[in-house]
Design a protein around this ligand. Structure first.
Ligand SMILES: [Zn+2]
Length: 188
């Protein structure tokens, strides 16, 4: 199917994590970054690389992006479902943050503002700043029970967002409830 990146996470760090579709379903899981064309689409959608100069991303960069993504996910997933991250995963995140600090330049002191050049460095910087700047109490996992597993920041006022996309997972859940009601009605 033709991949169209959906940036629903509310932050680039989450949109990176969400480049794995159906993460919680072993049979359906798809890594969008594995395909060079899809990787380019994602980079263009996030503004990390303009489509005009969509040169091939070196496979080393691709591997680093995937590594960065899994480092972030290993800590974000437990936080999203109300659990504590494992110490080993925090240690790997610490290394990512060290790399981010080392490769970024400080462009302003008030407010403290960072900038990085290469795609991988910019993504690392983004992941670090996500943990530093965002309210992780608002971090959620999509409520889909079919294995979606996407993460997002619930920025709604009353904290009521349940789905990665109400048009997608939300709709499927509504359809399933509708079907179950009718099944229950038919057997009654
Ligand atoms: Zn979902």
């Amino acid at each position: 199917m033709n991949y169209q990146p959906e940036l629903i996470g509310g932050h680039m760090a989450l949109d990176l994590v969400n480049t794995v579709a159906w993460r919680l379903d072993d049979r359906r899981r798809v890594d969008r970054l594995a395909d060079p064309g899809n990787l380019r689409k994602w980079l263009a959608a996030t503004g990390l690389e303009s489509s005009a100069r969509a040169t091939a991303v070196r496979s080393a960069a691709k591997d680093s992006l995937m590594q960065c993504r899994e480092t972030a996910y290993a800590v974000l997933h437990p936080l999203a479902v109300g659990e504590e991250p494992r110490a080993a995963d925090l240690a790997v995140l610490r290394e990512l943050i060290e790399d981010a600090v080392r490769t970024a330049s400080l462009v302003s002191a008030r407010p403290l503002s960072w900038q990085a050049d290469s795609i991988v460095d910019r993504v690392r910087l983004s992941v670090w700043r996500f943990f530093e700047d965002e309210d992780l109490n608002r971090l959620r996992q999509c409520g889909d029970d079919g294995g979606c597993g996407w993460l997002f920041l619930d920025r709604s006022k009353n904290g009521s967002r349940r789905w990665c996309s109400s048009a997608d997972c939300g709709n499927r859940a509504r359809a399933r409830r509708h079907y179950q009601r009718h099944q229950a009605g038919a057997s009654a």
